[in-house]
Design a protein around this ligand. Sequence first.
Ligand code: SF4
Length: 76
Amino acid sequence: MTTDDVWTVEVKRDLCVGNRMCVASAPDVFEIADGKSRARSAYWSASPALVDAFESCPVSAIVLRDETGAEIESEP
Ligand code: SF4
């Protein structure tokens, strides 16, 4: 991972349980709306905070994809 990488960020809101772990890790990226998380924007520079949020989600509701559209399974 480098900060030059741009990832798309999606929250599967049907899975999200709204425990705010991702917001605590990456408040710039995630916000709570109607009790569930959503990404403030679809595109974000890769960052340790974003990886922390991704890994902290207890229900794997956060989907990160690289520039090719490939899903990121764990910390690159
Ligand atoms: S960590 Fe996962 S379950 Fe918790 S608010 Fe974020 S997306 Fe939802």
